[in-house]
Design a protein around this ligand. Structure first.
Ligand SMILES: Nc1ncnc2c1ncn2[C@@H]1O[C@H](COP(=O)(O)OP(=O)(O)OP(=O)(O)O)[C@@H](O)[C@H]1O
Ligand SMILES: [Mg+2]
Length: 260
């Protein structure tokens, strides 16, 4: 059976620079993939190619068995099935929460207002923000706006969701509420591709970790293996950066006090 998403020998250049290098990646329906790797390794570019925001140079990329790199691909249609949420949420400031969410379902999908509104309200309730349906984006916290952005994407009924560092711009106390929403989607069996720097979350949510370096996938493993026994030196170095704080020697508070 063919995978839901499959990159094969996939290459992408920006000018002379090759930013994706012979990428081979299969994603089955219902899988939760977390993509990790150092800054500039190509994580965002990989997601953006899947959403038609970047054009590939060569190789193959299929979605439901359909080749997306063909010239005739209707990206507007694909984007309804592959939702994407970024670090910045880009809600329209002059529109209420509900109108922001309903824009795609009504204008793009031409759905019935009542039916779409019912779904929007159910999704808002699910992320704990039903009472904010008539608020404007400026009246909401960053974490609330990001949850609205997720609802806006979900309300198009996509088959897959792509998340690119959706908590990177948020204050620490708002990160958890957004990650919990994503974890709920994972639990429901939705297919997710997630780029994040939240390692504890990555470990908890991933079925498989894809580690990239310099445009290549260098390692793919279940989180139990990736985080405890990374197979490549590059992955080991990458993980060491994240464990730095935890491995600092603990202060001996008694000694500190004695010196005072
Ligand atoms: N529009 C662009 N034009 C030229 N080069 C680009 C463009 N977008 C990205 N790049 C380059 O492509 C490479 C991969 O970038 P990408 O944004 O995919 O990395 P990333 O893994 O998402 O990094 P980060 O963790 O910092 O978000 C980088 O070297 C970057 O400078
Ligand atoms: Mg990025």
């Amino acid at each position: 059976m063919s995978a839901l998403i499959e990159f094969r020998s996939f290459n992408k250049f920006f000018g002379e620079q090759q930013v994706l290098d012979q990428v081979d990646l299969r994603v089955e329906s219902g899988e939760v993939i977390v993509i990790l790797g150092p800054s500039g390794c190509g994580k965002s570019t990989l997601l953006r190619c899947l959403n038609g925001l970047e054009v590939a140079h060569s190789g193959s990329l299929t979605f439901n068995g359909r080749e997306l790199l063909d010239k005739g691909t209707d990206w507007r249609d694909v984007r309804q099935q592959i939702g994407m949420v970024f670090q910045s949420y880009h809600l329209f400031p002059h529109m209420s929460v509900l109108d922001n969410i309903l824009l795609g379902p009504l204008k793009v999908q031409k759905r019935e207002r009542r039916e779409a509104r019912e779904q929007a309200e159910a999704l808002l309730a699910r992320v704990g923000l039903l009472d904010k349906r008539d608020a404007f984006p400026r009246q909401l916290s960053g974490g609330q706006q990001q949850r609205i952005a997720i609802v806006r994407s979900l309300c198009m009924n996509p088959q897959v969701m792509l998340f690119d560092e959706v908590t990177a711009a948020l204050d620490p106390e708002m990160v958890k509420e957004v990650l919990q929403v994503i974890q709920g989607l994972a639990r429901d069996g939705m297919t997710l591709l997630i780029v994040t720097h939240e390692m504890a979350f990555a470990r908890a949510v991933a079925d498989r970790v894809v580690f990239m370096d310099a445009g290549r996938i260098v390692e793919q493993n279940p989180p139990e293996i990736f985080f405890t026994n990374p197979q490549t030196a590059r992955a080991q170095q990458f993980l060491e950066k994240f464990s730095f704080v935890e491995t600092l020697p603990k202060k001996a508070p008694e000694k500190e006090l004695e010196r005072l």
